[in-house]
Design a protein around this ligand. Structure first.
Ligand SMILES: [Zn+2]
Length: 381
């Protein structure tokens, strides 16, 4: 269990298999996000039909509502949300730091107020592991601190805390049927990133996450940090880049040796009337689509594109119909999962560099005027 086997490498891009109690993950893999134990607008059957293998859910949200002990008593997260495949939870740290308006960090943990009712709560590394053991996904995450990426002094303090907390998470873990991943931090500072990778590797995790990216740094800074991580993280363990999922970021990160991704981007964009396509984004609310007989993305094999026109989807958006979100979510998730399968096939065929360069040459990236909306504001899980 939790063996990672590399099948092929093409350049630095990797194709592998990670075994979990609920099935093998073929990497590179993208996990749609089911924040509150549901990938918004999709049933588990639809997710399965799209070819999703891994789903992420959020510890912070499930702890507050409905409560991790309730999920435990009802058979764990797989049973509760009826997702039979591999599941992953985050540690709750990212949400505590980003959602809670008042939080107090000390060496032992974080005290915070619920964003739902303002009630007071405390997370420690031990508490985060206990909650994740109650939820019972296949992959759980170490409790870490995600500091602002450009603040060197803060990153040094936070890194020491993150490393101490990683060791406490390992010590607190009791279940053999869950893999605990460590999370490397260090902002945009190569020496801190390298130090973090080495420190975590010395603790011996079955997988490593790269945290604190796509949170306000430039693409060049993110790519430089991924290069450091690729060089420093153990080659024989999976690497998981947290909260990243725009098409161009997926291609550029797989090219730098990343194996696992999650992001709210495809589902959140869909609820905001936007379609991801191989050439860029479309906002289906726009007037030019009112009489457009084409599918959302010509050539796409998803249920939305095979059956419906842009004119119909725009009508649903304008009329505020639930089906608009369902169809656009189906399309967006289909696109990202298809992209991952194509990248894996290209790695196995030894042609990843050509695939990546073809894809990026026709893709209109999200940097620039509407770019910050893309991978930064929307990358928060
Ligand atoms: Zn489609």
């Amino acid at each position: 269990m939790f063996e990672f086997t590399l099948q092929a490498q093409s350049g630095r891009a990797r194709a592998g298999t990670f075994s979990t109690p609920h099935g093998d993950l073929l990497t590179p893999v993208f996990a749609p996000v089911g924040t509150a134990a549901t990938v918004k607008a999709l049933t588990p059957a639809q997710l399965h039909d799209l070819g999703a293998t891994l789903v992420l859910s959020n510890t912070y949200h499930l702890y507050l509502r409905p409560g991790d002990e309730l999920v435990r008593d009802l058979g764990g997260l797989h049973q509760f949300m009826q997702w039979p495949g591999p599941l992953l939870t985050d540690s709750g740290g990212f949400q505590v730091f980003s959602l809670s308006d008042t939080r107090k960090i000390d060496a032992d943990g974080v005290t915070f107020k619920s964003h739902i009712d303002g009630s007071l709560h405390r997370f420690t590394p031990e508490k985060s592991i206990l909650i994740q053991e109650n939820l019972r996904p296949d992959i759980i995450m170490a409790f870490d601190e995600c500091p602002p990426p450009l603040d060197r002094a803060y990153n040094e303090i936070a890194l020491a805390r993150t490393h101490a907390w990683a060791a406490r998470c390992l010590a607190a873990k009791t279940r053999p049927d869950q893999a605990l991943f460590g999370i490397a931090q260090g902002g945009i500072f190569p020496d801190l990133r390298a130090q973090s990778a080495r420190r975590l590797a010395s603790l011996g995790f079955p997988g490593y996450a790269i945290g604190g990216l796509a949170v306000g740094e430039t693409k060049a800074e993110m790519h430089a940090m991924l290069d450091v991580m690729d060089a420093e993280l153990p080659a024989h363990k999976p690497r998981y880049l947290m909260g990243v999922g725009s098409p161009e970021d997926l291609v550029n990160s797989v090219a730098r040796g990343v194996d696992i991704f999650d992001c709210v981007l495809p589902t959140r964009l869909a609820r905001n009337h936007a379609a991801l396509t191989r050439t860029g984004r479309l906002n289906l609310k726009n007037a030019p689509f009112a009489r457009d007989p084409l599918p959302v993305e010509p050539g796409c094999a998803c249920y939305c594109c095979v059956h419906f026109t842009r004119a119909y989807v725009r009508h649903l958006v304008v009329a505020n119909e639930i089906l608009a979100a369902v169809l656009l979510t189906l399309h967006n998730v289909h696109l990202l999962l298809t992209l991952m399968r194509e990248m894996r096939a290209a790695i196995l065929a030894g042609t990843f560099a050509a695939y990546a360069s073809d894809f990026l040459s026709t893709y209109r990236g999200t940097q620039g005027t509407d770019g910050t909306l893309g991978t930064q504001a929307l990358s928060a899980r």
